[in-house]
Design a protein around this ligand. Structure first.
Ligand code: ATP
Length: 237
């Protein structure tokens, strides 16, 4: 069996007394594209944050590259080759596009340098036209491109995209999907959360559906397409 790059086992996470994840198993293999699906409030963002140590699981284990990293500082976990594009994008209002990209540039694991400043600007020509613009002068679509571009500058093994196309105009959305498909071709593993289940059915290698903080489905797109009642039951499509 392929060894996963990241694996959560039996993860329980809380916000204060509120028990949100109830023993979640989740893994992403190297180079794999995984769609994390579920209705609002089912625990998708909390699972991503639990993988990253932003939320510290109270029980269970998270391994990155085989090493137990449960609840370790986020800075340590991401250094192992993870880039996170959060819901809301995390763009700084008073930094320029150029500064956002250059301040995080680094080689990946084993010195990997597939992505650099020039390749990111080639991938997102809109950013190349706005290098001196500050974060607060960018449209929502441009901010999302910058957030993904910045993530790529770290040459990650795994890219995590929460609400990848939320609130974006259809044309920009299409552009983001094009880039995500191109990233997939370069062998970077990706976890994507997005409301657009139909795009994810064609794009992702595997689908994990959360219902009330537990995994209700973990399998391949073909099985989901062949059994539409699963999507109807779990996410109401
Ligand atoms: N910071 C927080 N403090 C307390 N409760 C929270 C916090 N963040 C999320 N929750 C609660 O945890 C549950 C899971 O939320 P989470 O954001 O993980 O869901 P989600 O599946 O990502 O949904 P969405 O699509 O709405 O972001 C929800 O009931 C939510 O209200």
């Amino acid at each position: 069996m392929t060894k996963p790059f990241i694996a959560a086992q039996g993860v329980h996470s809380y916000y204060g007394p509120s028990h949100v994840l109830h023993g979640v198993d989740f893994r992403v293999n190297r180079g794999e594209t995984v769609a994390l699906m579920g209705r609002n409030g089912m625990g998708k963002s909390t699972l991503l944050k639990s993988l990253l140590g932003i939320v510290k699981p109270r029980d269970g284990e998270v391994r990155v590259g085989g090493t137990v990293m449960t609840g370790r500082p986020t800075s340590r976990i991401v250094r192992m080759g993870i880039a996170y594009v959060p819901e809301g994008r995390g763009i700084f209002p008073s930094l320029t596009v150029r500064e956002h990209l250059l301040m995080v540039a680094r080689r990946g694991a084993e010195g990997r340098r597939d992505w650099d400043y020039h390749r990111v600007l080639e991938t997102f020509p809109r950013l190349a036209e706005r290098l001196d613009n500050f974060g607060h002068h960018l449209s929502g679509g441009e901010q999302q491109m910058l957030s993904i571009g910045r993530a790529l500058m770290t040459n990650p093994e795994l890219l995590i995209l929460d609400e990848a196309t939320e609130g974006l105009a259809p044309l920009i959305r299409r552009e983001i999907w094009r880039v995500i498909a191109a990233i997939k071709q370069t062998g970077i593993a990706t976890v994507i959360v997005d409301k657009n289940a139909h795009v994810l059915l064609d794009l992702a290698d595997r689908h994990v559906i959360l219902v009330k903080g537990t995994v209700a489905y973990d399998g391949h797109a073909d099985a989901l397409k062949a059994n539409p009642e699963i999507l109807e039951r779990t996410i109401g499509l």
